[in-house]
Structure formats: C-alpha cells, structure tokens
Design a protein around this ligand. Structure first.
Ligand SMILES: NC(=O)c1ccc[n+]([C@@H]2O[C@H](COP(=O)([O-])OP(=O)(O)OC[C@H]3O[C@@H](n4cnc5c(N)ncnc54)[C@H](OP(=O)(O)O)[C@@H]3O)[C@@H](O)[C@H]2O)c1
Length: 263
C-alpha cells in the first residue's frame, strides 16, 4: 500500500487524487490536505479523505505531493519545513520551482521529483513529464511507475520542465479550445450544440488515436482525408490562411515565455 498526502486540492491536486483512486484504489491510500474547513467538507462529501492537518498527513504518508501554485509554495514549504524526513519522497507538480529551491525551502535530503501532469489524470489519461536529480535515481523510477497509473509518462531533464509545462499541461486547454471551436463550427452548419460537442470530441480522439496507435504522421493522415479539389483541402487552406498552425505554435511559445517569467 502506498500512502500519499497531496498538499493542495485545487485543479491538479484533485485530478491526481481522482485518477489514483480510480486506477489504484486497492494499492493507494490517499489524503488531500486543504486549508479551509468548507473545502474539506466539500471534498468529504465527494468521498475523498481530506484534512486540515498537514503535519499528521505528512507523518502518515511516504509520498508527499505538492500541488499548490508557484506563488503559494514558499509559504507552504515554510509551514512544513523539517517535517519531511529521509523516508519520505516528495513529488512536486508546482511549475517553475526548481528541485534545488524546494530542497532548500523544505530543508530535507529526501528524494524530490518534479512532475508535470495534466487534468486528464482524473480519467487515467494524463501525459506526465518527470525530472529528478542523479542522486534520486531510485525514487525517480518509482515516481514514474506511480504516474504510469494515471496515464503516459516521459522522463526529461529538469531544464526541459518549462517546455513540458506548455506541451503536457497548457496544451490540454489548447486542444479543448480546438474541440470547442469545431463544435461551434458544427453548430453553424446545422447540428445542435449538444450533438456537435461529443461528435467533435470523438473525432479528436480518433485523430489522436491514429497518431498514437498507428504511429502515423499527422500529414500522412491528412493526405488520406483530402481528396483533390475536395471540401477538406478547401477548409484546411482557409484555416491556414487565417493562421491556424502558426496561432497554435505562437500560443505555445507565448505560454513558454510566460512560464519562464514565473520562475
Ligand atoms: N491545473 C493544471 O492543469 C496543472 C497541470 C500541471 C501542473 N499544474 C501546477 O500545479 C500547481 C497547482 O495548480 P492548480 O491549477 O491546481 O491551482 P489551484 O486550482 O489554484 O489549486 C491550488 C490549491 O492549493 C491550495 N493551497 C494553497 N496553499 C495551501 C496550503 N498552505 N495548504 C493547503 N492547500 C493550499 C489552494 O487552496 P485555497 O483554495 O484555500 O486557496 C488551492 O486549492 C501549479 O503550480 C500549476 O502550475 C497545474
């Protein structure tokens, strides 16, 4: 049984909890640590184990997951400094805060692994990037195995973590916006919104599946959908004329610049 305390039950903390409980209820015991009683009550009503007592949750856990915002992490770490012992294992989902900074703030020699998951962890479909220092060569793979329970993983260097923040986490919003736009297009041409949205999402899932399951290159698959002088190529040309690909690429670069600014 792996005992986990997740400090911070916002968007990502809760998505991780939901994912771990969905995929690994028998193997994982998990507590969410919050700082407001009404938040604790609402989590309890949803069936989560939740507490206001960070110290007790840390003492009971082996894995401590940090899931607060970059602006909140220094205060959190200062409130729990000295409580992370050598048998603990810290995993930080906090963007833009280095392992060295976390180690310094927590005052611990316990292993620290940085992760960049996304909210699809809640349904076991995260894409999580992980980074650790050479000294934590045992804990790193253990974290990797833990996050494989809630999706796919990739191991990166810590200096790639900001890029991973954009590609693994922010991109969830970008693709959701694309699905929303496709659904609105579907409504404009004749489907009710409640029909168009699940259809657009399923088409996106199928397109992603072709890339992942058949190792297909997107352009090869696009060529299979575009008949000469047909409607697909006409739509694609109009979209590219309006900056479809470059809007996505430039949006990702802007997110990366913003992430670097937060560090
Ligand atoms: N959202 C994503 O998709 C995503 C994906 C990957 C990584 N991340 C990273 O994960 C971190 C959290 O993001 P988020 O979107 O989950 O933020 P969020 O929704 O704002 O959640 C942060 C949570 O931390 C809680 N908190 C702050 N200080 C605390 C303390 N001392 N003790 C206990 N709880 C405390 C806040 O509680 P209150 O409600 O009381 O303020 C809030 O519920 C960020 O660094 C972000 O970059 C996010």
């Amino acid at each position: 049984m792996t005992n986990i305390a997740i400090l911070g039950a916002g968007n990502i903390g809760k998505a991780l909890a939901k994912g771990f409980l969905r995929t690994s209820k028998q193997e994982i015991q998990l507590q969410l640590v919050v700082r407001r009683e009404e938040h604790r009550q609402s989590l309890l009503q949803e069936g989560y184990a939740a507490t206001l007592d960070a110290s007790a949750a840390i003492a009971a856990a082996r894995v401590v997951i940090l899931a607060v915002t970059p602006g909140q992490i220094a205060a959190l770490n200062s409130s729990i400094a000295g409580q992370i012992k050598d048998h603990h294992f810290v995993i930080s989902a906090v963007s833009s805060v280095s392992i060295a900074t976390l180690r310094n703030q927590l005052g611990t020699q316990a292993p620290i692994v940085r992760v960049m998951p996304n909210i699809a962890a809640a349904i076991g479909q995260s894409m999580t990037a992980l980074a650790w220092e050479d000294r934590d060569a045992t804990a790193g793979p253990e974290a990797d195995r833990l996050f494989q329970r809630i999706g796919k993983t990739m191991i990166i260097k810590e200096n790639q973590m900001m890029a991973a923040t954009v590609l693994c986490a922010c991109s969830t919003a970008f693709f959701l916006r694309a699905i929303r736009a496709a659904a609105q297009g579907g409504t404009q041409i004749g489907f009710h919104p409640e029909e168009a949205l699940p259809v657009a999402a399923q088409v996106a899932l199928g397109a992603a599946g072709l890339v992942l399951e058949e190792a297909a290159h997107p352009e090869t698959e696009i060529d299979r959908v575009t008949t000469p002088q047909g409607s697909t190529i006409a739509g694609l040309i109009e979209m590219e004329y309006n900056g479809f690909s470059s809007a996505l690429i430039r949006g990702m670069v802007t997110s990366h610049e913003k992430t670097r600014g937060l560090s």
